[in-house]
Write a protein that binds this ligand. Sequence first.
Ligand code: UGA
Ligand code: MN
Length: 253
Amino acid sequence: PVIYGITPTYTRIEQKAELVRLSHTLLHVPNFHWIIVEDATSKTELVTNFLKSCGLPYTHLLALTPPNYKLKTTDPNWLKPRGVLQRNAALEWLRTNLDSQSKGVVYFMDDDNTYSLQVFKELRNTNKVSVWPVGLSGALRYESPLVKNGKVTGWFTAWKPDRPFPMDMAGFAINLSLFFKYPDAKFSLKVERGYQESTLLTNMNIKMEDLEPKAKNCNEVIVWHTRTEKTKLKNEDKLKKRDGHGSDLRIEV
Ligand code: UGA
Ligand code: MN
């Protein structure tokens, strides 16, 4: 099966660094197809050129988050959901360009997380939905499904533990065939915070007993919810005042 990695991404000063880092992981993954969805009105030059030269098989899509759903720089990062319409655009692409006979596994990969190559080996064999722990998630060392006798029986999490599937986007993968069996299953801007993962999986009629624990029965952390520090650019303004210009804008960062 092909692994379809779905990555929402948006313009900010750290974007290229994130994409280079992620792509250099993905270049080590056989049989991988990258679906990059820009949160923008038109495809940017930076992402277009980056993808052309990244060496991976890819699909470049667009889906703009409407302004009333977009985070302002002053908002706390949890105020509004991120990546929702971008992930849905990727699901629409899969449903249009593949069919129910196509062999694949779908994994939602944010552009700033850290992925061990091990996770791709584990998730490639997913019958319905496979799950594993996510490090540095939920203000804990890790969040994880709880496993007894090879079956998921509950969750190790502190935040909204009553959600049907209280896990991060990085902690599960779905067999492609389920997207054809449930053609309307998708994410939603309208659901309560923290319910994106649960919304998709309940749309697909997934039950706890369907979950396939990976990573040594969820005893190993092989993905991390890392977040990149916001880069300060205050000296650009300082130099603008001093010299009339900051750094050379022809140099892409
Ligand atoms: C956490 C979860 O790990 C995400 O899967 C979830 O989408 C997000 O919260 C949420 O609450 O909606 P977090 O690290 O806080 O993730 O979010 P980001 O990494 O900032 O954003 C998730 C993805 O959406 C990234 O790939 C990012 O590039 C993209 N994004 C972010 C956009 O496409 N547009 C934006 O305006 C912001
Ligand atoms: Mn993130």
